[in-house]
Each structure stands twice: as structure tokens, then as C-alpha cells.
Design a protein. Structure first.
Length: 117
């Protein structure tokens, strides 16, 4: 994460959903390095506590935050109050294509693929 934000500080849209090993350090890196980020997605990043998201108040360009499947509705409402000007969970569909794994491990999205080690 630190390499990413240092090498590409001009990112405006970042989707790190399903990154199970991310911690609240990722939020601090975003606020310190990604001054232009407008949309963040951390859905299903279970190692980041709810209170840690309040640091995003210092991400001045941030307008959208996606944190689906993490917190109860009341917690999301409280975060919304703590982060005025940031729309939370208003974009339910990701623009990032993620492969679906079929019954056979040699297909993605129904197309036959070859995996290399």
C-alpha cells in the first residue's frame, strides 16, 4: 500500500475492496499521500475498525466512500455525521471487474483459461 500511494499520488479513484490484510494504516496513507482521491472503496476490508475511517475528514478531495458489508446501518450513519460532504455507500456496483470462480478452476466468467505458476 505504501508503494502504491508513493508511486501514484495522483490517483482519484481507488478500490481496495476485499483486501483482507489492510489495516487502518491504509487510511492514514491515503490521507497523507493521495491528495486528489475522490472515490475510495474499502468494502469487506474487515481489519479496519469503524472509528479509523474518521481520519478521512482530512482527505479534502474525497467525495465517495464505499464500505459495504462492514458495519451496521447505525454505524454507517454515525460515520456519515463524522464525515460531512462524503457520500457513504451510494455506489453499490464496483467498476472493478472481479472474476467469478466456477465449479471448475480452469474457467473465469465462463471462459476457459490456463493458469501459469
Amino acid at each position: 500500500m505504501s508503494r502504491l500511494v508513493e508511486r501514484v499520488p495522483e490517483l482519484t479513484d481507488l478500490d481496495l475492496s476485499d483486501s483482507g490484510q489492510l489495516t487502518d494504516d491504509a487510511l492514514y496513507l491515503v490521507t497523507e499521500h493521495l491528495k486528489l482521491v475522490q472515490h475510495l472503496a474499502f468494502s469487506r476490508c474487515y481489519n479496519i475498525p469503524a472509528g479509523s475511517y474518521t481520519v478521512l475528514e482530512y482527505a479534502s478531495a474525497l467525495r465517495h466512500l464505499e464500505i459495504f458489508s462492514l458495519f451496521r446501518a447505525e454505524t454507517v450513519r454515525q460515520l456519515g455525521k463524522a464525515l460531512p460532504g462524503i457520500a457513504i455507500n451510494e455506489c453499490p456496483f464496483s467498476s472493478v471487474a472481479r472474476p467469478t470462480i466456477a465449479n471448475q478452476r480452469n474457467t473465469i466468467w465462463g471462459h476457459r483459461v490456463k493458469f501459469y505458476n
